[in-house]
Design a protein around this ligand. Sequence first.
Ligand code: FES
Length: 320
Amino acid sequence: MEPQQGQGKPHLPPPSLWPVGFAIGIVCILVGLIVSWAAVAVGAGITVLFGFLWVRDVTGDYRHRDVGIEPAVGGPESATEGAPPVPADRGEAAMPPPEPGERFPRSVFLEGATLGLGSVIAGIVTVPIVGFSIAPIFQHQHHDEIDLGPIDNFKEGEFVTTTFLRDPSAGEISRRTAYIRNNGFVGNQPSFTVLSNRCAHLGCPVQPNGPLFEQRKLEEKTKAGEVTLIPTLPAGGFGCPCHGGQYDQEGNRTAGPPVRALDRYEFYIRSGRLTLGKTYSVSKVVGTGASAKIKKYRLAGPGQHVDGIEQWFYPLQPPS
Ligand code: FES
């Protein structure tokens, strides 16, 4: 007798798109670790959903085996309809005996092995990235701050050209310059404007458009190394010697090729001393001094827009 279609052949699971969705979710998570936490959340949702559906497919055979499958109406088994039930220990075996040495179909084994191996690889790739991303949250928050000395060294209303070591362990190669103005107090909180000297066009060092008062130069020894402070009067704002980019005293671009305002430093007052934190990017500053309205953006590279439609035309920046 000819076997009916499907009889005598090993059962193969139908092709599935769940692994593709699972992989897309993993990619979303990895990209999100660079771009934003919202993308990580979306990626995690996709991964969990498709992972669940994939596991459900792969384990379907086991689950059906557990609950048993009702015979199809009109099939060969229908000949027993109406007959008295046969005790479980009599009659024909429900399944053919397994081949010697074979407990599971090979396709099920391969699917399980693929799933397990994929999970291990995903773990190896994901765990270090997630660890590096969230580790700073648990580190000492003041670790990267730069002590510039007492706030009394900064006369109210005056810009000071300040140089300091961004990373004292790296030495002079990490020396940076910021233009710092003491804006006085807002309520009982001191206010400072702290501009980076990195041009927002291609990164050349911008200079004050006005005199430096070298005779009033101060050198302050701090735990972050030597800090130099030279009062300056940038009456014409700041200018870049490379391609003529110009900025006003708030760091807003006024002329030339720069695409945004000068970057700024976060600052803190610790026991009466001015300390700097991370740098961030700024598109445009509205207002001046202590009343300026500033929208912070993640630090962007020179020449990169941080807002508007142009911001999407730049490659992803690695975490900094
Ligand atoms: S690098 Fe400053 S204007 Fe080009």
